[in-house]
Structures are given as C-alpha cells and as structure tokens.
Design a protein around this ligand. Structure first.
Ligand SMILES: [Zn+2]
Length: 280
C-alpha cells in the first residue's frame, strides 16, 4: 500500500513538473515571438564580442533566443551606484548563455539573481544584523553563492569576451554548472556518455601539473604561465578557469592540456576551434 501511495506521489510530482515545463515553454515561445532581442542591439553584440565570431548562423540565432530568455527570466540587482544600459545587460547575458548554447538555459534554473557591482569587491561576512565580522584581503571580480545569486563586477565584465583568455562571466557560470550536483569541486553533472573516472584522472593530472608549475615559478607564475595560476587554487577554480580559456583562447587550452580540452568539448558540446564559414 505504501509503495502504491509512493508511486502515485511520484506520478503526481512528474505530472506537476510536466505542467510547469509546458507553461514555461509556452511563455518562452510567446516571448521569442513577440519580444525578441532588438536586431540592432544583437548585431552590435556580435561585433563587440569576438568570441562569438566562430558561431554559425543557426548557432547565433539560438544564442539570441537564449539571451532573450535570460534577460527576461533573471533578476538584475544593481548596487553601489552602478547603472547599466540595455546593451551592457545584454553583453552580460550573451556571455552567460554561450556555455549553455548546446546544454539549454534550464541548466541555470536553480538560481535567478545577478548582483552587479561597479568594480572588484572584497568578500565580507556579515552577522544577520549587518555587522562586519570578516573581510578577505583578496579582491574578487565575481563570486557565486551555491543555490543563490551570482555576484559580478562590471569592470571585470567589460574586460571579458575579447578573445584574450579572461572571462569573469563564463568563470562564474562554470561554477554554477559545477555546483548543480553539489559542491564546487571541478566536476559538473556529466552526460550519460561521459565517464566520471576519466574526467577525474584527466583533470587531476592537469591540475597537479599547473599547481607544480605555479609553485615553482612563484611570483613569476602569472607572467609566464599560459593559464592563469589562479586555476591552481583548487579543482573548482581549475574547471572555471579552463572553461574561460576554452571559450576565449581555445588554442591555448588545446596546446597546454589537450585531454582537458577534449572533455570540455564533450561537456559543453561545442568546438570553439571550429571556424564558422557562414555570414552573419
Ligand atoms: Zn572562481
């Protein structure tokens, strides 16, 4: 009897989820049909973000849809006097959507808010009544709170998307994807045709190699390493930094850690080294 009740409960739950997903998809279809991202703004985004140049016409079109949905469904909270225009918000959104171009926007369905600050910030620990009890020395360009908001510095967003290797938006989105199956440990939920043991072995080898090089070079590491030594902080940071490099300067990651490049290509279902032969 208990089992029967349980299976009925599951059926009701599944039915509820299906209904929710039906209404959400209907709402999205209506949004895309009636209020797609402004065409002029979209053309400007493509010009201003060289990392999008490789995409085919069809991929750009799907990315425009994802960006439209992202802008409509996520809350943007601007603090510390920051103000952003439509182009600036769309610039953030399009970079956030690039990693989920083939995964789908629902990979971001466990959080809804972006907190945007003007420049780098220090992580603060406050008591419930707002008293500062701890502040880090290090300045951050972005941070995520598991199951909570993403915090980003606008100054760092402006430095992202130029195909130069740095991208705070992709970095924080990678942390969000990683956190979907628990902690930020460098392993997001893998697809059914991927092998966790292989992921662990390949990433651990590359992480250990970078950690060793960073330790050996000390202060010179940042200037001499092709991959930001911040990646050697822990496996979670390694996955996030490698994701930035994967989308920004894929040739660097392919040369440095080809095994990591191949696994990221399978996870993101994209090949950023493939050049588009289509026109915008
Ligand atoms: Zn990070």
């Amino acid at each position: 009897m208990k089992n029967e009740e349980s299976s009925q409960d599951y059926e009701n739950l599944a039915e509820g989820a299906l209904t929710l997903s039906y209404f959400r998809n209907a709402r999205r279809r209506k949004l895309l049909a009636t209020k797609p991202l402004n065409a002029e703004l979209w053309s400007e985004l493509l010009v201003q973000h060289p990392i999008l140049a490789r995409l085919t016409y069809g991929e750009k079109s799907r990315l425009r849809d994802l960006t439209t949905i992202f802008l409509a469904e996520k809350q943007f909270e601007l603090v510390r006097g920051l103000s952003l225009d439509e182009f600036q918000k769309a610039s953030l959104a399009v970079q956030a959507c690039l990693p989920v171009l083939e995964l789908g926007i629902d990979w971001y369905n466990d959080w809804s808010t972006l907190i945007l600050v003007p420049k780098e910030f220090k992580e603060q620990m406050l008591t419930p009544d707002g008293h500062l009890v701890h502040e880090t020395n290090e300045e951050l360009g972005g941070e995520i709170l598991p199951l909570g908001p993403v915090i980003l510095s606008w100054r760092d967003i402006e430095d992202s998307g130029w195909g130069e290797g740095y991208n705070v938006v992709i970095h924080e989105m990678a942390h969000k994807l990683d956190a979907r199956n628990g902690g930020v440990d460098g392993c997001p939920p893998l697809h059914s045709d991927m092998d966790f043991e292989q992921w662990k072995t390949v990433f651990t080898l590359a992480f250990t190699d970078l950690e060793r090089q960073a330790r050996r070079l000390g202060r010179k590491a940042e200037a001499q390493l092709a991959i930001d030594p911040y990646a050697a902080t822990d496996p979670g940071e390694f996955f996030a930094v490698c994701s930035e490099v994967f989308f920004e300067t894929p040739q660097v990651l392919k040369k440095q850690y080809p095994g990591v490049f191949d696994l990221l290509m399978r996870f993101y279902k994209q090949n950023p080294l493939r050049q588009s032969d289509s026109r915008v």
